[in-house]
Design a protein around this ligand. Structure first.
Ligand SMILES: Cc1ncc(COP(=O)(O)O)c(C=O)c1O
Length: 409
């Protein structure tokens, strides 16, 4: 048996997709024009699948900060911080992130994936219990594979399901660590965090919250869902990424745990990989200043979310359960999702297509992510184009529907 034979079924499906003339996994952006537009296949394309929630990738002050750091500290660190040392940009970024969250400690990672992988797998070990939401991101699932703690899944966004699992553990020895996400990356729904915190307190469980999709978008100061619902002091570890609202790459963890600093000497995804290039750390620092100084970007983001979500819901599309910076459009199967995605691209609109096994409950989705700097006209055009394709493909029918949106902001 060949080494790759076990992927034969997937390969067959993938070839089928390619013969449809659609290959969502090898898109080439010929030129990036702005946070909301690129040239793809020679065509000017509206970008609605970038996670670039504040549109900071082209912010001139972030770009200048990165360029200045390249000139003063070089293009890369060529090693990990425990081997090659910390650059001033790493130290300043950690200090500023800790201040932003009003926490004592911060560690930055080279990606958000590595932050989850390292922090979650290191906090628990044999004899402990790791309780995760069924819809958790791949980085959280992968962290579970790296630890000898027992992994227990509870129903998505269901505090009573978590309660039942913690109760079942009774007085077995071992720590309990619960991992939640502020906003879930496929459907854009947010965790009922207050209720989860109450359950965790009842059983003495520790909590990690991944604010990847909620940093900037939620909370009076943009600190995410923990700030929005007032549980910043009840959560033991917050992790997140620089690759979305902050427009770069990298990850972080903040905490008030007095022994936090030991994590630098035991977290393998921190210790055995090269640290962030100083230019990235510098642009992230500037992006963080913008998040703090320009709350109007958060308001613009939510206005745009309402425009797209409500517009699509009124046309009859089936969407994720609530307004969120990610709007997931349900389609009945994988092939339909890929065909719809291709038709949108041909019409000059780029979204993500998300199909099993990457999606919760085997759903097929067009995953749209909203940017504060999308214009109303851009989003209205998108609604019209999606409506045309949806009617043509029988995804929606002609009569507009008015839906009451539960939990809409
Ligand atoms: C919830 C969640 N956590 C972590 C990550 C990983 O972040 P990064 O892209 O910085 O590795 C992602 C990225 O998609 C995510 O959606």
């Amino acid at each position: 048996m060949g080494l790759l034979d076990r992927h034969a079924e997937l390969l067959g499906e993938y070839r089928g997709v390619q013969t449809e003339g659609a290959d969502p996994f090898h898109i080439r952006m010929d030129r990036i024009l702005s946070p909301t537009e690129a040239i793809i296949n020679g065509r000017r394309t509206l970008m609605v699948g970038t996670n670039n929630y504040f549109g900071l990738t082209f912010d001139p002050t972030c770009m200048d900060a990165a360029i200045d750091a390249i000139r003063s500290e070089g293009t890369g660190t060529t090693g990990s911080r425990i081997a090659n040392g910390s650059y001033s940009q790493h130290v300043l970024l950690e200090k500023e992130l800790a201040e932003f969250y009003d926490k004592k400690h911060c560690m930055v990672f080279t990606t958000g994936y590595q932050a989850n992988l390292g922090i979650i797998s290191t906090l628990v070990s044999q004899g402990d219990y790791l309780l995760i939401d069924a819809d958790s991101h791949a980085s959280i699932y992968d962290a579970c594979k790296l630890t000898q703690a027992e992994m227990i899944r509870f129903k998505h966004n269901d505090p009573s399901s978590l309660d039942a699992r913690l109760r079942r553990l009774g007085d077995k020895p071992g720590n309990r660590l619960v991992v939640l996400e502020g906003v879930y990356s496929m459907l854009g729904d947010s965790a009922p965090l207050k209720e989860f915190v109450a359950v965790c307190k009842k059983y003495g469980a520790y909590i990690v919250v991944d604010e990847a999709h909620s940093l900037g978008a939620l909370g009076a100061n943009g600190r995410g869902l923990c700030e929005e619902v007032g549980v910043l002091d009840d959560v033991h570890f917050i992790v997140g990424t620089f690759s979305k609202t902050l427009g770069a790459v990298g990850g972080y963890c903040v905490s008030n745990d007095p022994d936090f600093e030991i994590l630098r000497l035991v977290t393998r995804s921190y210790m055995f990989t090269a640290s962030l290039p100083p230019s990235i750390a510098a642009s992230v620092r500037q992006a963080l200043r913008i998040v703090r100084a320009r709350p109007e970007l958060r308001q613009q983001l939510w206005n745009n979310v309402a425009t797209l979500y409500d517009g699509l819901a009124e046309r009859g599309f089936i969407l994720g359960p609530e307004h969120g910076p990610v709007v997931g459009v349900h389609l009945s199967d994988r092939l339909l999702a890929i065909r719809f995605w291709r038709a949108l691209l041909d019409a000059g609109i780029y979204v993500n297509v998300a199909v099993p096994p990457a999606t919760p409950n085997g759903v097929s989705l067009l995953r749209c992510s909203i940017c504060a700097v999308h214009t109303k006209q851009q989003l209205e055009r998108m609604i019209e184009v999606m409506t045309g394709i949806g009617l043509q493909m029988g995804v929606i029918s002609g009569a507009p529907k008015l839906r009451v949106v539960a939990g809409a902001r």
